[in-house]
Design a protein around this ligand. Structure first.
Ligand code: HEM
Length: 485
């Protein structure tokens, strides 16, 4: 558009004569309701905010591509993984979990690692974290857990009493809490951390044979973490430090990359493995199931507009493509519902038609209408099925693989309650300097808790993970070790 034609317009496209002065009755007179441009401008401004994400509100995003570097098509029929060299566009959003939209980037918190692959068979979303495990393993505990991470209903302050009360009463959290309190709890930047799908998923090949799979994104920038004092300084001086770092790196052509690897478990091993492989508080041993390279992800383009692309992005662990399916993991099963529901509330019923969420693949369903329908709404095409008018038809070959289900319907706890071996192994893997920092971080975080009973209960968990670990924390807090606490 030439400069001459670059006229400011109203929201209905008419030229605006004056955008500096409201229309008034006389120079000093009251403002006239007749100034419809003013009315529209103020009314639209009032609606600029959509609800922030109930978790993972603060984040940064980038576009990029995924390239297959190793042919694993004998395990999955997913077409975007079909051959070496195949490239798929993708979008990623990194985030912190507990803070609000304007909160500081350099806090101790897991980081979200949500990837959307725009494949020719539809969008595949992998909505993971920078940790391979999670705090809880049943979706029914998620709202309670998140309440403890958010603000107290009366004081509106963060509440360490609730945080440690919940964790100490939910010992399955110990593995993730130990990772969180370690150096990795505050990554140097979004570029310097690994990503994980965390859950177990199912891959199915063209013959209908299935395997269990876990995803690991390995940063090519190396893992670097922030010193706690520097993190605290940055939180006040540059709360958007990670957001800025990602944007600037990409703008400077320093494109961050990750290698994507998978662990593959034969289907039948799930029945005999030494713990439930669908338990998201556990990692699979890499000795049992080594990492196998799959591809490489490169981030090479910044968003043009933060709200349109990052804030309105909607990722769902339920967005699968043929060849990739859910596992019986009870957390994943709950997430299959939670995200679509959040998106309809936060962005709207037609969130999938927005440019950032719209698949490159043609969408050919019979959903019509609803608020903010901004595409052609299916035009005059057939809008129901079955029909005699050449409408879209289902394709039996793309059905998820059938699987056997048995057992009594009941609310049943996991049959495996060893919450201690894996966090203990993690502690024993650390150098003495890393152990010392871990203990200092824990002591700093748990000290403000009012009740000794809560601290002693939590110390007991660390003691069971490794006696030295628990004893060091107890000594630093001046409290006893009580294994039975
Ligand atoms: C965001 C629910 C567990 C990673 C969200 C959102 C909800 C939610 C409602 C906001 C979605 C939106 O407004 O767009 C749950 C529930 C869980 C659960 C109910 C357990 C049952 C997990 C786990 C992980 C995870 C285990 C990682 C392994 C994320 C990420 C985001 C997110 C990365 C941000 C996505 C984005 O960038 O838009 N979660 N979550 N969540 N969750 Fe979860």
């Amino acid at each position: 558009m030439s400069k001459d034609n670059n006229k400011l317009t109203t929201s209905w496209g008419a030229p605006v004569g004056d955008n500096q002065n409201s229309m008034t009755a006389g120079a000093r007179g009251p403002t006239l309701i007749q100034d419809v441009h003013l009315l529209e401008k103020l009314a639209h401004f009032n609606r600029e905010r959509v609800p922030e994400r109930v978790v993972h509100a603060k984040g940064a995003g980038a576009h990029g591509y995924f390239e297959v570097t190793n042919d694993l098509s004998k395990y999955t029929k997913a077409s975007f993984l079909a051959e070496v060299g195949k490239r798929t566009s993708m979008f990623i959003r990194f985030s912190t979990v507990a803070g609000e939209l304007g909160s500081a980037d350099t806090v101790r918190d897991p980081r979200g690692f949500a990837v959307k692959f725009y494949t020719e068979e539809g969008n595949y979303d992998l909505v993971g974290n920078n940790t391979p495990v999670f705090f809880i393993r049943d979706a029914i505990k998620f709202p309670d857990f998140i309440h403890t991470q958010k603000r107290h209903p009366q004081t509106h302050l963060k509440n360490p009493n609730a945080v440690w009360d919940f964790w100490s009463l939910s010992p399955e959290s110990l593995h993730q809490v130990t990772i969180l309190m370690s150096d990795r709890g505050i990554p140097a930047t979004f570029r310097h951390m690994h990503g994980f799908g965390s859950h177990t998923f199912k891959w199915v090949n063209h013959e209908g044979q299935a395997v269990w799979v876990k995803y690991h994104f390995k940063t090519e920038q190396g893992v670097h973490n922030l010193d706690v004092n520097l993190a605290a300084k940055l939180a006040s001086e540059n709360p958007d430090y990670h957001t800025e770092d990602l944007f600037n790196a990409i703008a400077d052509g320093d494109f961050p990359a990750w290698k994507l690897c998978v662990q593959i478990m034969p289907l039948e091993d799930a029945n005999t493995y030494r713990f439930d492989p669908f338990d998201v508080t556990k990692v699979w041993s890499q000795k049992d199931y080594p990492l196998i390279e799959l591809g490489r992800m490169v981030l090479d383009r910044n968003p043009e507009n933060y709200f349109a692309e990052v804030e309105q992005a909607t990722f769902s662990p339920g967005s699968f493509v043929p060849g990739i399916e859910a596992s019986p993991d009870k957390m994943l099963q709950g997430r299959l519902f939670a995200y679509g529901d959040a998106h309809r509330y936060r962005v709207g019923a037609n969130h999938n038609t927005l440019p950032i969420n719209r698949p490159l693949a043609e969408v050919n369903n019979n959903q019509r209408d609803g608020q903010m329908r901004s595409d052609s709404n299916g035009g005059g095409s057939v809008y129901y099925e079955p029909n005699s008018y050449d409408g879209a038809t289902e394709s039996a070959a793309d059905k998820p693989a059938a699987f056997a289900v048995s057992g009594l319907a009941d609310s049943v706890a996991y049959d495996h309650s060893d919450h201690y071996t894996q966090p203990g192994d993690l502690y024993r893997l650390l150098s003495e300097e890393e152990r010392a920092r871990l203990v200092v971080n824990i002591v700093g975080a748990i000290s403000p808790v009012e009740k000794d009973e809560i601290k002693i209960r939590q110390i007991g968990h660390w003691y069971k993970a490794d006696p030295e670990f628990g004893s060091r924390i107890a000594a630093a807090l001046g409290l006893p070790v009580r294994e039975d606490a």
